[in-house]
Design a protein around this ligand. Structure first.
Ligand code: HEC
Ligand code: HEC
Length: 291
């Protein structure tokens, strides 16, 4: 085989080089489609579609027409460094998408190349025509029951069907019906205005944050659970103006002051008949009278 190649190369150098290129090309083609899609599904699909419309981040169909390859590689490697570094396009995009951070993922250069190949190919087939856009599901109308279920699921009064951890162990929302929650992750009160229903739904279906992803890896949320949680988060967002942050500090101070006042009144009543003059006063008075 090797001697075969070298004789071909010696006799027809151009042909030999061409065959080698073709071989490598076909091997890459056969395997590249899969890993790129794999990387996309595992790391990006929670926030991006290719040709299906914007989710948390922009639709990536045709992104190669908007940006250079180097820009794309840099952005996927570390969007934060590009934004902080003052790249104008990255900053404009960050503003447009409500300053939602695209997490810096620990992808290898190879994986970034692969995922870009996949995005380009997928965008070419779906993005331009829009024919393969997923058919919109009829919008289900949320009921009071969905809201209550969502609230109970969020704070763990109701278990998840697949035993995932409660949201409140990591998150908090400002809502009078919910006791204070965890502070490991973001406060979620305003998340609905920030990401919209589609964004929140996408995140709950496939969390793009390593900590949260690990927590729900083998314990996915069901469709109903996601719907209820989104309903609850939407309501918490709409209602947030009416709910005060739970501030135990002020209440505690006030009840302390009131408690102390009540105790002082109680003590002074208890000692109303206390001796106000000196112990010897009565003896002294008697003595004075008798003389
Ligand atoms: C947590 C959600 C999230 C995840 C996960 C995510 N992105 Fe993003 N992405 C965003 C947001 C939001 C923006 C808009 C810019 C910003 O706010 O930083 C963005 C912007 C982009 C852009 C620029 C698009 C344009 O129009 O110029 C590209 C390219 C991109 N992401 C690719 C990826 C790839 C590839 C992955 C997976 C390896 C990925 N993203 C994972 C949220 C995400
Ligand atoms: C194991 C901890 C953990 C649990 C449990 C968890 N999350 Fe998260 N979540 C995170 C982390 C970490 C992030 C990344 C954003 C951050 O830094 O706060 C996140 C991000 C989010 C975001 C995006 C917030 C934003 O503004 O970027 C939403 C929405 C969300 N979680 C909803 C939920 C809901 C609803 C539940 C319950 C089903 C849940 N999470 C359970 C850790 C968790």
């Amino acid at each position: 085989m090797i001697t075969g190649f070298s004789t071909i190369r010696r006799r027809f150098p151009v042909l030999g080089v061409l065959t080698i290129f073709l071989c490598i090309g076909s091997i890459q083609n056969a395997s590249a489609a899969d890993p790129g899609e794999q990387v996309f599904q595992n790391n990006c699909a929670g926030c991006h579609s290719v040709g299906g419309g914007a989710l948390v981040g922009p639709d990536l169909a045709g992104v190669h027409d908007r940006r250079s390859q180097a820009w794309l590689e840099g952005f996927i490697k570390s969007s934060q460094s590009m934004i902080n570094g003052g790249d104008p396009d990255a900053n404009a995009l960050y503003k447009k998408f409500n300053q939602i951070r695209m997490p810096d993922m620990s992808l290898t250069d190879g994986q970034i190349t692969e995922v870009l190949v996949y995005i380009k190919a997928a965008g070419a087939t779906t993005g331009t025509t829009g024919a393969q856009k997923p058919a919109k599901k009829p919008q289900k109308v949320a009921t009071k029951e969905d809201l209550t279920r969502g609230q109970n699921l969020f704070q763990g009064k109701l278990r998840f069907e697949n035993n995932g951890p409660t949201c409140i162990s990591c998150h908090n929302v400002t809502n009078d019906a919910v006791i204070g929650g965890g502070v490991l992750a973001k406060e979620l009160t305003r998340v609905f205005s920030k990401m919209g229903g589609t964004g929140v739904r996408a995140i709950l279906g496939r969390a793009p944050f390593p900590v949260m992803e690990a927590a729900y890896k083998d314990k996915p949320l069901t469709e109903t659970e996601i719907f209820s949680l989104v309903t609850f988060l939407q309501d918490a967002d709409e209602q947030h103006a009416y709910h005060n942050p739970r501030d135990y500090g002020k209440g505690l101070l006030l009840s302390g002051v009131i408690g102390a006042f009540i105790l002082f009144v109680f003590y002074s009543l208890l000692w109303l008949r206390r001796r106000k003059d000196s112990v010897n006063q009565k003896i002294y008075d008697r003595q004075v009278k008798s003389t």
